[in-house]
Design a protein around this ligand. Structure first.
Ligand code: COA
Length: 320
């Protein structure tokens, strides 16, 4: 018995912000951003929030799976940008979906969050503790950006993706997940600072700070390594994989992974040019677009792989 994806959905805010739009508020250009990252535009939230985006993606996924919310045993939301510290995002999505029994929690693993959530759902299903799980990646990165920092803010976008998984005979074949906190400082966003009756501070908001080149080096090394580990575990080779659905951070990272794995770039679908890096939402948004475009057929072998702050990274192999 394993875990199968039976439905996908996504939602992105309506407001499109192009590279040319950014060039009007900072010293950058479409040429620089497109050449260094592949990104041409991103969606930016103008007031809707992580719960609302998660809910819309979830409704699409439920419809795609042909099931109703009352059939869910669990909702996991991968996010680093929740609207509130509590209640968790998953409980707020549950409230709106009208299922008032299932277990709900959020999971924080930055851009690897969706893969960690998929692993968690898979573990619950294998243990017989859940049958059908809604997994969501929903992020509003734009609120964590310093929009005067041109080296970081141009990379990210807002959005949500969701999948429904259930127990089945075929589906996930192997999973790997890794974390290494030693280099955590290369991509950080501080939380709410301590302020209470003992400690008085002038509270200021913190923004995402990143050492882009370190993150780049980390990604191009660890992603191919962890895909090899994943495929060795499943005793198959890269040539047996139909599609590689990678975290959509940067086209140059994906090109480098394709080269290091010696797999043609055509087997790496991409949508980062439209959405930028949507963190935990990027893999489920791309999965949904590929699913709805009819790219996957039953029996296809698909590798998912993500990396991000922590540092965290991981991969999953599944049969569609
Ligand atoms: N527009 C124009 N110029 C910019 C710019 C921008 N948006 N951002 C940086 N620059 C400038 C720098 O100031 C620097 O100028 P200088 O040489 O005069 O000092 C120059 O471009 C080169 O900067 P550098 O940081 O060396 O560029 P890079 O080739 O490393 O590209 C990133 C920067 C961020 C695009 C790249 O490092 C990257 O994509 N890293 C991975 C980040 C990532 O994916 N993070 C999320 C992981 S989940």
């Amino acid at each position: 018995m394993t875990t199968k994806i039976i439905g996908t959905g996504h939602y992105v805010p309506e407001r499109i912000v192009t590279n040319d739009d950014l060039a009007m508020i900072m010293d950058t250009s479409d040429e620089w951003i497109a050449e260094r990252t592949g990104i041409r535009q991103r969606r930016i939230d103008t007031g809707e929030g992580v719960v609302s985006m998660a809910l819309k993606a979830s409704k699409n996924a439920l419809e795609n799976a042909g099931i109703t919310a009352d059939m869910l045993d669990m909702i996991i939301v991968a996010t680093s940008t929740a609207d509130d510290l509590f209640p968790n995002t998953a409980s707020l999505v549950q409230r709106e979906l009208g299922n008032h029994q299932c277990v709900c929690f959020d999971l924080s693993a930055a851009c690897s969050g969706f893969l960690y959530a998929l692993n968690t759902a898979h573990a619950y299903i294998k243990a017989g503790m859940a049958k059908t799980v809604l997994i969501i990646g929903s992020e509003c990165l734009s609120k964590t950006m310093d929009w005067t920092d041109r080296s970081t803010s141009i990379l990210f976008g807002d959005g949500a993706g969701a999948v429904i998984v259930t127990e089945a005979e075929t589906g996930i074949e192997s999973v790997v997940a890794h974390s290494d906190g030693r280099k955590g400082e290369v991509i950080i966003c501080d939380g709410r600072p301590l302020e209470n009756f003992l400690v008085k501070k002038n509270v200021t908001y913190a923004y995402t700070q990143m050492d882009g080149q370190e993150v780049f080096r980390f990604a191009v090394k660890t992603v191919p390594e962890c895909i090899h580990e994943l495929l060795d575990q499943a005793k198959i080779g890269v040539e047996d994989v139909d599609y590689f659905i990678l975290h959509q951070a940067n086209e140059r990272i994906i090109r480098s992974v394709s080269k290091r794995l010696r797999v043609p770039l055509e087997r790496f679908p991409m949508n980062l040019h439209n959405y930028g890096n949507t963190s935990a939402a990027s893999i489920p948004i791309l999965l949904d677009e590929c699913n709805r475009n009819g790219l996957f057929v039953p029996g296809h072998k698909i590798v998912l792989s993500g990396f991000g702050a922590g540092l965290t990274w991981g991969a999953a192999l599944l049969t569609w």
